[in-house]
Design a protein around this ligand. Structure first.
Ligand SMILES: Nc1ncnc2c1ncn2[C@@H]1O[C@H](COP(=O)(O)OP(=O)(O)O)[C@@H](O)[C@H]1O
Ligand SMILES: [Mg+2]
Length: 284
């Protein structure tokens, strides 16, 4: 017996009003309880894609969420199934206190304020930020704001969580504790991220966006190797360690990719890469 996906997208195309073709024939599915990471360069269409999943944008093709075809008529219903945490989650917090903010979505649905506040307090506990309930949202740290935004989503009891670059502006301990929080939540998840370690920690598989299309799919490690994804960042770090390497590393995308693949191949013993200066010799 096959498992029904909670999200199914078929041949999705989308063009912005200015003519930018942001999605070009996306096919995608998310299974119950699964976590999928969306990787890919800035501007490759990841945010545009997730905005289609809860009907904030509508393109050509089909999007089905928990068996419901997403269209203008069903968008409200679909938004009860999907909790979307935007990249700039600060902008989602606007009430005088964190508790009221988290309760806002429920009150908007007509739930009494006593019940909404009770459920909001529980969601803040789930998100590990109960102690900030009576604080003003603008007094929270970046990590606390992210948790408060997640509480505001959890309070709606969604079946699917979508997070757009959730580690943005979090320090390493903040990233780690966010990963722990998300790993403990039972919902199926889509996580848009540039952070390979974060993705590896959480995701069962990943898809790689390139210019509005999915150009690869597999394990995080497969995609990282195929697209030189992590190693490019290592290469830049390496460049900043040695001035002599800088011009060569920044010389061309191709040389930097070759450099990246080299670094990646030797990754099991990274110290060898770090000690082998000057690295620009390797690019010759
Ligand atoms: N409102 C918009 N109007 C026109 N083009 C847009 C708009 N939003 C995004 N784009 C373009 O669509 C493409 C995909 O953007 P986006 O989905 O934000 O990518 P990502 O999230 O992967 O960085 C980019 O070329 C971007 O410039
Ligand atoms: Mg984006």
């Amino acid at each position: 017996m096959s498992i029904e996906p909670v999200i199914e997208v078929r041949d999705l195309w989308f063009r912005y009003a200015d003519g930018t073709e942001a999605l070009r024939g996306i096919n995608f599915h998310l299974l119950p309880g699964e976590t999928v990471a969306l990787l890919g360069a800035n501007g490759s269409g990841k945010t545009t894609f997730i905005l289609h999943l809860n009907g904030l944008l509508q393109g050509k093709g089909s999007v089905t969420v928990c068996g419901i075809p997403v269209n203008a008529g069903t968008a409200q219903q679909v938004r009860r199934k999907i909790g979307l945490v935007f990249q700039d989650s600060e902008s989602q917090l606007f009430m005088p206190t964190v508790l009221e903010d988290v309760a806002f979505g429920l009150m908007n649905l007509g739930i009494s304020s006593a019940e909404a506040l009770h459920r909001a307090a529980h969601a803040l506990e789930l998100a590990g930020i109960a102690e900030a309930a009576n604080k003003a949202p603008y007094h929270l740290s970046a990590g606390e704001k992210r948790r408060a935004s997640i509480a505001g989503i959890l309070v709606m009891d969604p079946e699917i969580l979508i997070l757009d670059e959730p580690t943005t502006s979090l320090d390493p301990p903040g990233q780690r504790s966010l990963a722990e929080l998300l790993a403990g939540l039972p919902q199926a998840k889509i996580i848009v991220t540039h952070d390979v370690e974060f993705a590896r920690e959480l995701a069962d598989r990943a898809v790689f966006f390139h210019r509005g299309a999915i150009s690869g799919e597999g394990s995080i490690d497969d995609l990282v190797i195929r697209f030189g994804w992590r190693a490019l960042r290592l290469a830049c770090l390496q460049c900043s360690m040695t001035r002599s390497a800088r011009p060569a590393c920044h010389g061309s995308r191709e040389s930097s990719l070759r450099f990246s693949s080299f670094l990646f191949r030797i990754r099991p013993a990274p110290s060898a890469a770090w000690s082998g200066l000057p690295m620009n010799c390797l690019l010759a």
